[in-house]
Design a protein around this ligand. Structure first.
Ligand code: FAD
Length: 712
């Protein structure tokens, strides 16, 4: 798609959303007045209009509206409609209340987004900036926000941060909305090409791969799970890059520098306070004690995965949140530094090309701002932090990438580098539901999402609104394919979520399944307390590639992660082995199997009915059918030793063969880590900032905590 037509589409969307905003304000006001006047009849008819409006919004939103309240509104409406059916007047009042609050929040969100667009993106604001800056950082995501604001700590230099999107929509702050944030206003809606060996139950066998767009990047739409990775992950990077600065001993300091840790493991000696990123423990976790106790029974003790090992175990989740509210890199880095005189953040500005002098020194950036092409120069360096797809795409658009590929697209190649290769990701599968015979050991929307949930959230940021998709704990497991028993190769995102009415639809939407796979599979269990696990292949061997579809900067690239394509089949084998451990955890323990009577559903996943339930071939089928991503693509601009075949950037993140151009984001990871990737991307931004500062003789933020080496 060309950038001008994308801009027009966006502008139309924002226009319509502002109209809807006015309309819903009137309706909400009406609802609130009705509640206050306690006139049952009139108020219930207004509530009904609100319901229809909410539902209408729901339909429109899924077609691409710039706010993601749909789930909240939709669920509340469902609850309310059920209640109105048998309605006593007081129930109706609560129904109206539960509708009013989320709708009000939604309205605020739309209004905010519109205002943000007017302020920062309308043609009236031409985004006046200087002609040149010492440093230009492109992309204000997890890495770019950290990098740019650290560079700007030195007041003697000027820093420009170009970002394709605007400020985070307020709805992104409420963790509960996370599964719905894959919308055009908050995300790039990437998707993989049809997968050959997996995704059999997914529409077109194409796995959705949303990435965040806006100040804060993917940290605005992610699930906020805080993990750092295994020390060996980084020691391996150091070896690949031939540079000890990437080894755990050094990297650890950057993680500590990032942290303002108030998490579950506070005080264990492996965390720090006072850094920019707030981390807090899960605030809503029905049934978690049973899970932790069951883990202890089968050798998966409750332990912090973020120490010096990942010895198999389970931990309550630490989230990047403050009082149950998302703590993105916008909040951590940008907000506190936005007004520095030497720092300029230009929103709604999509870089389309990097320019070079005759010696391949990076000198400037072309970018598009509400349909107008502009140019800005860099006096010292340009750093790309556009994420795994964005940075690779921008390099290729600028003539750096596989020569043959660029020639095919009519892009003049400047440098022949393996950009886009080495793409790695964490593939996932769904395991469950494990049905439980004790009430209130999981979250059930019909029972647990109501006025109390709203009040809990307002009071102290707790309750179901504080978690994304009901995730409560995290497990690490070392299968026989793990490199070492203390370097796990499988991890679990554990969801204490019962089979509520919309769960099937939620999962169908999240995985983009065909034939309402989850709805059909879960239907007979609706209303039951249960848990499920999203199992992740943590150290996959399969490697894919991304490349350009054409030479248009606004076109989406072609992405092929090649899930489960490793010749030895280790990725699949490890997943099947991991599932056996899940079965033991739930069914063969006193805590879950005994006290809660946990049992896997007797039903077979649609598409795998021809396999004997629980047989190895059944589980292989499940893994290949219900294939998703944990949204952790890395590696397209891989760091390595200059001269080695896969290398795009050296250990100082400089693009080989160029001057004054670096890449700093998840794309530089030479190997995927056995962990979520948000904190590691921030660490890359912090580390790069120090390397850039050192290059230019600026004061680095060297940070060392007095650590007792016994802890290592
Ligand atoms: C749905 C989802 C759930 C996730 N859950 C978790 C989780 O729970 N825990 C965890 O640790 N990780 C999670 N992740 C992964 C994690 O958030 C990412 O790995 C991390 O944010 C990547 O950081 P980055 O800096 O590489 O890129 P991003 O944060 O994606 O930043 C890239 C930025 O560049 C901008 N950009 C792109 N192209 C251009 C251009 N041409 N010009 C200007 N700007 C541009 C984008 O708008 C974006 O702001 C999740 C990700 C997603 C999408």
């Amino acid at each position: 798609m060309n950038c001008t037509s994308q801009y027009i589409t966006n502008a139309v969307q924002y226009g319509i959303s502002s109209f809807l905003h006015s309309l819903s304000s009137i309706l909400i006001l009406g609802s609130i007045l009705s509640v206050l006047s306690l006139e049952g009849k009139r108020f219930s008819s207004i509530v009904n209009i609100s319901v229809s409006f909410g539902l209408y919004n729901d339909i429109v939103l899924f077609k691409g509206f710039p706010f993601g309240a749909s789930q909240v509104i939709f669920n509340s409406n469902k609850i309310k409609m059920v209640r109105l059916g048998n309605a006593a007047q007081t129930t109706q009042i609560f129904g109206a209340f539960t509708t009013s609050i989320p709708v009000l929040i939604a309205v605020y969100a739309v209004w905010f987004q519109f205002e943000d667009m007017i302020e920062n993106g309308s043609p009236l604001d031409n985004g006046e900036i200087e002609e040149n800056y010492d440093f230009i950082v492109v992309g204000a995501g997890s890495a770019g926000s950290a990098l740019a604001t650290r560079l700007a700590e030195d007041s003697s230099v000027s820093v420009l941060l170009l970002e394709a999107g605007g400020n985070p929509n307020p709805l992104t702050y409420i963790p509960f909305t996370s599964p719905n944030l894959g919308q055009p206003a908050t995300a790039y809606l990437y998707a993989t090409v049809p997968q050959r060996n997996s995704a059999f139950g997914i529409a077109n066998r194409s796995v959705p791969w949303p990435r965040g767009r806006g100040v804060g990047g993917s940290s605005n739409i992610n699930y906020m799970i805080y993990n750092r990775g295994h020390p060996n992950d980084y020691n391996q990077w150091a070896e690949i890059a031939g540079d000890k600065r990437w080894s755990w001993g050094n990297i650890f300091n950057y993680f500590l520098k990032i942290e303002d840790y108030h998490g579950y493991w506070d005080g264990n000696g492996f965390h720090n306070k006072g850094g920019p990123l707030r981390i807090e423990p899960v605030r809503y976790s029905p049934g978690i004690d049973y899970v932790l106790a069951a883990g202890e029974e089968i050798g998966l003790p409750t332990r912090d995965a973020n120490t010096i090992t990942q010895i198999p175990g389970i931990s309550p989740i630490d989230f990047t949140q403050k009082r149950g509210v998302r703590f993105s890199t916008y909040r951590a880095y940008i907000k506190p530094n936005e007004n520095r005189p030497n720092f300029k953040l230009l929103r709604y500005s999509q870089a389309t090309q990097i320019h070079f002098d005759e010696r391949l020194g990076a000198i400037g950036v072309t970018y598009m701002r509400h349909g107008v092409t502009k140019y800005v120069e860099a006096k010292r360096e340009i750093v790309l932090s556009c994420g795994t797809m964005g940075s690779a795409q921008l390099l290729m658009l600028s003539g750096i990438g596989p020569k043959e590929h660029l020639l095919e697209l009519g892009i003049a190649p400047l440098l022949d580098l393996p950009v886009g290769y080495n793409l790695q990701d964490h593939a996932v599968t769904y395991v469950g539901p494990f049905l439980l015979n004790k009430r209130k050991t999981s979250y059930l929307a019909e029972r647990d999402l109501g006025v109390n949930a709203v009040l809990d959230y307002i009071r102290d940021g707790s309750g179901p609104l504080s978690t994304p998709f009901g995730v409560t704990s995290f497990g690490f497991v070392a299968t026989s394919y793990a490199p070492h028993p203390s370097w796990s190769d499988i991890f679990w995102s554990m969801h204490n979520v019962g089979v509520h009415q919309s769960l099937g639809d939620d999962l169908d939407a999240s995985y983009s399944t065909i034939g309402n796979l989850f709805r059909n599979y879960l239907q007979p269990h609706v209303g039951q307390d249960a848990h499920y696990i999203v199992q992740v292949g943590g150290l996959p061997k399969s490697v894919g590639r991304m490349w350009l579809s054409d030479s248009e900067p606004c076109s989406l690239p072609i992405i092929d992660p090649k899930y489960y394509s490793d010749p030895e089949g280790q990725d699949l084998n490890a997943m099947v082995e991991g599932i056996q451990v899940i079965l033991r955890l739930y069914e063969n323990t006193t805590s879950l199997g005994g006290r809660l009577g946990a049992r896997l559903s007797h039903r077979r996943i649609p598409g795998c009915e021809h396999h004997q339930h629980r047989s190895r071939s059944y589980w292989e089928c499940v893994v290949r059918t219900v294939t998703g991503t944990l949204y952790h693509p890395v590696g397209t601009c891989a760091m390595g030793k200059p001269g080695e075949p896969g290398t795009v950037v050296d250990s100082q993140l400089r693009v080989l063969g160029t001057k004054g151009l670096r890449v700093a984001d998840a794309s530089i990871m030479p190997k995927i880590i056995n962990s979520n990737t948000n904190a590691p991307a921030m660490m890359i931004g912090e580390h790069c900032a120090d390397m850039v500062k050192k290059t230019w003789g600026l004061e680095t933020g060297v940070f060392r905590l007095n650590f007792n080496d016994d802890n290592y």
